[in-house]
Ligand binder design. Sequence first.
Ligand SMILES: Nc1ncnc2c1ncn2[C@@H]1O[C@H](COP(=O)(O)OP(=O)(O)OP(=O)(O)O)[C@@H](O)[C@H]1O
Ligand SMILES: Cc1ncc(CO)c(N)n1
Length: 273
Amino acid sequence: MKQDLRSGAVAPPCVLVFSGSDPSGGAGMQADITAIAALGAHPLSVVTVLTVQDNERVFGVYPVATELVRQQAQALVDRIAISAVKLGIVGNRANAEVIAAIIRQLRVRQPDLPVVFDPVLANGHGDSLASEDPIAAVAPLFELATVITPNRLEADRLCSSASDPEQQARLLLERGCHNVLLKGGHGPELDQVLNRWISRSQSRSWSWPRLPGEFHGSGCTLAAALSALLAQGLEMETAIAAAQSYCQQTLAASYSIAAGQRIPNRTLPFLNT
Ligand SMILES: Nc1ncnc2c1ncn2[C@@H]1O[C@H](COP(=O)(O)OP(=O)(O)OP(=O)(O)O)[C@@H](O)[C@H]1O
Ligand SMILES: Cc1ncc(CO)c(N)n1
């Protein structure tokens, strides 16, 4: 941590975020920026896709030109130290390949650079968030992920040959991810939400009281929080625990902007309990 000579402020670590714009402010880049800033890191925001959506449905998905994604990222990585990378929707395969090349470039100097990969395929209604086959689009990113954070539906689609969470996690580890965090918001448990962490050598699960209602951007909030905490040097298990606690607090304090999914309140002061 470096102290700013002029203001005395401590410079926060930077998280390089690749994700899509959600004009409703509930998910995507808008969620990432608020969660990362709330947890004490600085978000560097490379928009990969413009979406047309509200807090319920997706009406349009327009990937940003691949060369523009590359230029946005290159301008940042040429001058700024990056402490973690967070990946949300990428839009198409060409964007994923450019993002993979940027991560490889960063890893030459920082082999341990944490990369949080949220493999978002669709919103809660099943509306696609890619302009082409979303599974083929994200394929180049698995082997670069320090941690991948699929929800139940994404794990089922990404691992169609397995339905058991343990087996699904093993399949994702075989593709090169180092840690799998299986999010349980869409799980069958009525009173609780079960999140499972599985790495090559460790596993642990956490159970949270299930809050009533549906939320827009809960997964983005959790993954973005995790990237901010890893950027600050927390160990994976500690960071996963704290990111869930933050996510739970943002959902408990969520608010409504229209009928339908509620918006996590990400700017509230975080008490790490
Ligand atoms: N009803 C709920 N009650 C408590 N916690 C929840 C609830 N829904 C989601 N969460 C928390 O938010 C996390 C992410 O939610 P979920 O599994 O629904 O991901 P997601 O589908 O990727 O989210 P989204 O599409 O809204 O971004 C869960 O792992 C859990 O910790
Ligand atoms: C841009 C974007 N990213 C992610 C999600 C998933 O919540 C969404 N709805 N929109």
